[in-house]
Design a protein around this ligand. Structure first.
Ligand SMILES: [Zn+2]
Length: 250
């Protein structure tokens, strides 16, 4: 005699896109994290244990703190500028754009206003513009509350892996520290720390600014991960949690 089929979930599991959407939905509803761990019961404030990126004492995380905030998301490179090509299946410009779109959805769901310096495969400001100037101009004209630039890293030593977040101004440090801690926690990547750098976009944006290098395209294993949708969504989730932490503790 044939056993009755379990309904729903078996069919859904066969469709990767549906799985990702369900994970996103369950995350948004506060049910589980993407890898299935149970999250703390209430979506409101709860303390977290400071991890990578420096000890800042007891921190709160309240997604409502994002409501009405203007977040500038800057996916690096684009158009004729692919960024790092590395050894993975996709160039940096494609990987970081996918993360940016995931992040935009999460932030808008939480009530933030999102400005993207590019939302497709083109150079910000058009082919004739200086793309770095264009990114800064878009950020400053939008009067964003924060600026987050998303990149993939490269090193001639192919064994190097890990996540680094850069800041320039003192007010960018706390943002960078929150992003680094959360992204490393979500990706379970090696933390290469929060670092100071005089990058043009960090130096010239008028709001707290940070630049996240999610991982290395020069390392085969990390390059492959950075090109997968699940890893990109986790990266977005890490940035999202970092922004929640940042705005909850100001
Ligand atoms: Zn880059």
């Amino acid at each position: 005699m044939e056993k009755s089929r379990p309904t729903g979930e078996v069919i859904l599991q066969s469709n990767a896109l549906v799985t990702v959407l369900l994970l996103l939905l369950s995350f948004i509803l506060g049910l589980t994290s993407p890898d299935g761990r149970a999250l703390p019961p209430a979506p409101g404030e709860y303390p977290i244990t400071p991890g990578e990126g420096g000890s800042l004492g007891e921190l709160r995380r309240d997604p409502a703190s994002l409501r009405g905030k203007v977040i500038v998301i800057d996916p690096g490179h684009g158009g004729p500028n692919p960024g790092s090509r590395g050894v993975g299946p996709k160039p940096e410009k494609d990987n970081v754009l996918a993360v940016a779109w995931d992040l935009k959805g999460m932030l808008e769901f939480a009530g933030a206003k999102v400005i993207m310096t590019r939302d497709g495969d083109y150079s910000p400001g058009g082919p004739k513009a200086d793309q770095l100037e264009a990114r800064v101009q878009i950020a400053n004209l939008s009067r964003g509350d924060v600026y987050v630039s998303i990149h993939n890293d490269w090193n001639k030593n192919s064994s190097i892996t890990g996540t680094t977040t850069y800041f320039y101004s003192p007010d960018g440090y706390r943002l960078a520290a929150s992003l680094q801690r959360s992204v490393v926690g979500e990706l379970r990547s090696r933390s290469l720390g929060v670092r100071w750098a005089s990058y043009y976009v960090l130096k010239n944006t008028a709001m707290p600014a940070a630049l996240v290098e999610l991982g290395f395209l020069s390392n085969k294993q990390e390059a492959n991960l950075l090109a997968t949708r699940s890893y990109q969504t986790k990266a977005a989730l890490g940035i999202y949690h970092g922004l929640v932490e940042y705005f909850s503790n100001r």
